[in-house]
Design a protein around this ligand. Structure first.
Ligand code: HEM
Length: 216
């Protein structure tokens, strides 16, 4: 059935050459399970996007409704607790996997020439994952979220010279309020995903171009 649909589409769009170029690629004999962590991280990222879209169907980014909408997701919507739980735990797991992936790359010396730029792209991906965690933490708008973000933004605000400017930009004013919540939500669901996709494409293109490294 799937093959018949594929053939039907192929006759119209000539998909085969592109699919063969993307999918048919020999895996070198030295590649073992240690090379799985980048792929696992990518899988978790896709999972975050899917569960995030489901959460967005009900979440309301305003101080009056955010907490209630999250509570509604957890207690009143069928499988809502599951989707929210997956999004919550995967957010932590993805950080663990990124770090394990990074350690594997470091241990194998895969950051060296000609892959140094891919290491730099990876550092940006790591910072982006941290950004997702930081901005997502505020969204339930409970006491823990509010005060953790208050402390986090204060730390950013304590930077010399530009600190107060940074604080105003991320909070959208001097205090934490409705504008902060909308700002964090927009960054969490639009800005960071868009930048992440750009870096992921660059990361994968470079892996294809340079091939997977040989250990040591
Ligand atoms: C969202 C985060 C990330 C995803 C989805 C991701 C994905 C991947 C995948 C699928 C591979 C090929 C298989 C493997 O080596 O595991 C890879 C390779 C690589 N990654 Fe990442 N990565 C991420 C973050 C990072 C970070 C944080 C670094 C380092 C700072 C990094 C540096 C590299 C390098 C240098 C390679 C080439 C490794 C080699 O040729 O042996 N990546 N990445």
């Amino acid at each position: 059935m799937v093959l018949r649909i594929y053939d039907w589409l192929d006759r119209r769009f000539d998909l085969r050459p592109a699919m063969e170029k993307i999918l048919i690629h020999p895996v070198p004999s030295w590649v073992n399970w240690l090379y799985c962590f980048g792929g696992i991280t990518f899988f978790l990222f896709v999972l975050q996007v899917i569960t995030g879209i489901f959460l967005m169907l009900y979440y309301v980014p305003s101080p009056d409704h955010a907490y209630a909408s999250v509570s509604f997701i957890s207690h009143d919507i069928q499988f809502g607790y599951l989707v929210r739980g997956m999004h919550h735990w995967t957010a932590s797991l993805i950080v663990v996997m990124v770090v394990v992936h990074m350690l594997r790359v470091f241990w194998h010396g895969a950051y060296k020439n000609p892959r140094e730029l891919n290491w730099v792209a990876g550092v940006f991906l790591f910072l982006l994952m941290m950004g997702f965690g930081f901005t997502g933490y505020l969204l339930p708008w409970d006491q823990k979220a509010y005060w953790a973000t208050s402390v986090g933004t204060n730390i950013a605000g304590s930077a010399p010279i530009i600190g107060s400017f940074i604080l105003k930009v991320i909070r959208g004013g001097t205090d934490l309020g409705a504008v902060t919540l909308v700002r964090f939500f927009t960054i969490h669901v639009m800005v960071l995903p868009a930048i992440t996709v750009v870096f992921l494409v660059a990361h994968f293109l470079m892996i294809r171009r340079q091939g997977i490294s040989r250990p040591f």
